[in-house]
Design a protein around this ligand. Structure first.
Ligand code: PMP
Length: 313
């Protein structure tokens, strides 16, 4: 809030810096990459949008897991790109070998949504080694909550695009700020799309908020740790209530209880003023995805679930 001061508001009469120089400089120091390896966008959805547009076409199809972030399919359909959804294993994990030598552009959320499961860095690297001629997009929206980042691999693999966001672990979803790390050739493809459509697509206020977020590492660490410790506490509470909960590396839990269907639990919680997410589908229908809120919110959630389970006895 201090960064979004009246001086910043007063400068709204001016266009923002399209190259985002000052924010990139701070990110360069923080992440140990060069400015030419960073792309900034109004949210990581915008990076993904450009990645589908830049790295897929009629001869380059898209490949992604059958259970993953729903927007991959939306972008593929929007651009008329052929896509294949690769089934997750029975335990909802991604099988890296399914992606070797695939002949198209790969999109993997790591950790994955809504499962919360992550691939190791070695597994990601095995996908990269076996796809030298294909672009591999690793969507790390949730990586700060316990996953291993592929950022260190961008110098080794010029086919890797690592996509990140300020929306989750930096608590700035409303500011709309996403980014990507990659070899400069991939970054310049994204830049070409940006400069050919909307060069000033990140506002001055958002840039100022992003700079402040990068500079306040203590705040970032304390919020991140808080989410992780609340997640672990709620994991245990749900297990104690008879839920099967997938161990999560994200800021949400994917859980089912044999006593109540996922759709019914979603509806009962909604009636009581608590929103979780439910995904229809043969394998996901039994589950709900519960985002980690503050301790008070999570205590209310547990209390409401206890009530609902009591009623369905
Ligand atoms: N990737 C994944 C896996 C997500 O869950 C989300 C958030 N819905 C995004 C990308 C997009 O986030 P944002 O546009 O807020 O950066």
């Amino acid at each position: 809030m201090r960064a979004l001061n009246s001086k910043e508001v007063n400068s709204l009469r001016l266009y923002p810096d399209p190259e985002c120089t000052s924010l990139k400089e701070k990110m360069t120091r923080y992440y140990g990459v060069l400015p030419e390896n960073i792309y900034l966008a109004p949210g990581s959805d915008d990076v993904l949008n450009f990645a589908f547009s830049a790295f897929c076409d009629s001869t380059t199809p898209a490949f992604f897991p059958d259970i993953t972030y729903g927007f991959y399919k939306v972008f593929a359909e929007l651009y008329g790109i052929k896509y294949t959804e690769i089934p997750l294993r029975e335990d909802f994990s991604i099988c890296p070998g399914d992606y070797y030598g695939i002949g198209g552009t790969i999109f993997i959320a790591n950790p994955n949504a809504p499962t919360g499961l992550a691939l190791s860095l070695d597994e990601i690297e095995s996908i990269l080694i076996n796809n030298r001629d294909n672009v591999v997009v690793i969507d790390e929206a949730y990586v700060d909550f316990g996953g291993q980042s592929a950022l260190a691999l961008i110098d080794k693999y010029d086919n890797l695009l690592v996509v990140r966001t300020f929306s989750k672990s930096r608590s700035l979803a409303g500011a709309r700020l996403g980014y990507a790390f990659a070899d400069k050739k991939l970054i310049s493809d994204l830049d070409l799309l940006k400069y050919s459509t909307n060069p000033y697509n990140i506002s001055r206020l958002t840039l100022a908020a992003g700079e402040a977020a990068i500079c306040d590492n203590d705040y970032f660490e304390s919020m991140r740790q808080k989410v992780i410790s609340t997640r672990e506490r709620i994991y245990n509470s749900l297990c104690a209530l008879g839920f099967d909960v997938i161990p999560s590396k994200t800021n949400f839990l994917f859980a089912k209880n044999n006593r109540i269907d996922g759709g019914k639990l979603y509806a009962e919680l909604k009636k009581r003023g608590v929103l979780v997410r439910h995904f229809n589908g043969e394998r996901t229908g039994a589950y709900v995805r519960i985002t980690i809120g503050d301790d008070n919110e999570m205590d209310i959630l547990i209390q409401k679930i206890e009530e609902i389970l009591e009623e369905t006895k």
